[in-house]
Design a protein around this ligand. Sequence first.
Ligand code: ATP
Length: 310
Amino acid sequence: MTSAHLDAPPVTVRVPAKVNLELLVGPLRADGYHDLSTVFQAVSLYDEVTVADALEWGCTVIGPLADGVPVDGDNLAVRAAKALSSDARHVGPVHITIRKAIPVAGGMAGGSADAAATLVACDRLWGLGLSRDNLEWYAAQLGSDIPFLIAGGTAIGSGRGESLAPVLARGTFQWVFALAEGGLSTPAVFAELDRLRGDGPVPEPMPTPELMGALRTGKAAELAPHLRNDLQAAALSLRPGLATVLEEGIGFGALAGIVSGSGPTVAFLVSDVEAGLDLAVALTASGVVRDVRRAHGPVHGAHVLPTSVD
Ligand code: ATP
């Protein structure tokens, strides 16, 4: 271990959650994964990750959504820091503090977001000076959603989701997220999709031109009919109550509703901030959701907060 940076001030990185505007799942591959074609959008629900030099590796998770997040080597943030440390001539260790505001196991890539934030934070703390491309390369080794949480914005993901290409999207879209009690395991949702599909042929996934066109208009009403998630049927099969949440949200005026990633969070697209407020109030009063969050997208990916600039 080197002590070269022991006096460095802690670094805090803010990182967004993601919603999949389109998530197309290809056939099951021989290696057990599926090829995906997805369009990610980064939304303004943020975790904040602080890394500080320490005598030993450690992790603390704080905030109302901290329950159930591992604080040992299973935490994706810890894994990311250790992976970067071992490649960077064994700088470290660090203590990582995660302020959790992204729903856990909610289909919004909270764990991947923390890993992305940790890579950006450790790069700064340790003075590595890695380029964005380099950071995204490390991120892709750690998990398929992680490069996107560094990049942010709106982007097409292919392969397992880790190969990114930016998408031209105009304007800002308003979202309301309905949080559910408990999480859903991503592997379990993919397994349920395979079970529902049976032996039938599954086409190779390709981004749909209609969605790309809608994003270029910047209009929520144009985007709404093109939101699609192949995992939705599987999430609904495992969590039938989500169908009620989707119906209620549409009934209360959402332009569209979709299960976010592998769920169980449900994302509602609304026309403007006012409609988002109305929907959030109505969903809360309906009692069918655990909680709601309003957000907008696209937003920037993981970035160092100015207070921690040295
Ligand atoms: P994705 O959309 O990427 O499939 P998700 O949003 O459904 O993921 P996460 O919040 O990333 O789910 O959590 C999935 C599991 O990962 C959790 O149940 C938890 O045990 C584990 N985990 C590891 N590190 C973290 C972290 N930093 N934050 C949240 N969960 C973590």
